[in-house]
Design a binder for this molecule. Structure first.
Ligand code: MG
Length: 203
């Protein structure tokens, strides 16, 4: 199983970190050891002093495909979940300044908590999913997938040019504005269409 992640896929988030708005999708990956399921707690890693949450809609790939054509892309995912792309922002900044890969800042153990799957047919509008992240009960991120720079279908087409998509691969589709730090003792909660989907306590 592969976990693809998309960086800077909402213009308002690219701007808040002073990054350019991309002209093609920015892809990175996390290993399966990044996943956290069943609302298990997250233990603050010892290699960062600036751990950030990034709340994201995650796609579940439902069939194998290579070089998927745009008109068929919608057939390659069948459900979404709420996920957090935890990022050691201080480590990432250091790596970015040196032009080096991001893996240790993004793909470390337990950096990808994820909630249960919502089948596409249960969503009021799969083209415009409303999702929110609360930190200690306050909404800190409030996103709509209509604001994606690269749509779910565009991502399927793009990724499958380089990597064979396989059933049960995941795609973290990017985070809207409002990312920020967490501290030990904080509780993050993710919502899709107002439904609570994920709880993550920082220990
Ligand atoms: Mg992200």
């Amino acid at each position: 199983m592969k976990i693809f992640c998309i960086g800077r896929n909402y213009a308002d988030h690219a701007k808040e970190l002073n990054n350019p708005v991309p002209t093609e999708p920015l892809i990175f990956m996390k290993p399966p050891t990044a996943l956290v399921v069943n609302n298990k707690p997250f233990y603050y890693p010892d290699f960062t002093q600036d751990l950030h949450y990034e709340g994201e809609i995650v796609l579940r790939v439902c069939k194998n495909g290579r070089s998927v054509q745009p008109e068929f892309a919608h057939r390659y995912y069948d459900a979404v979940a709420f996920g957090i792309d935890f990022t050691a922002r201080d480590v990432q900044e250091r790596l970015k300044q040196k032009g080096q890969p991001w893996e240790i800042a993004k793909a470390f153990d337990h950096s990808a908590p994820i909630g249960p799957w919502v089948p596409l047919e249960e969503l009021p509008n799969p083209k415009d999913i409303h999702f929110q992240l609360k930190k200690n009960g306050q909404v800190v991120q409030d996103g709509h997938t209509r604001d994606l720079i690269f749509s779910f279908e565009t991502l399927i087409v793009y990724i499958s040019r380089y990597f064979t998509l396989q059933k049960s691969d995941l795609i973290f589709t990017g985070t809207p504005a409002g990312v920020g730090p967490v501290q030990i003792g904080d509780v993050l909660e993710g919502f899709i269409e107002g439904r609570p989907m994920l709880t993550c306590a920082i220990k």
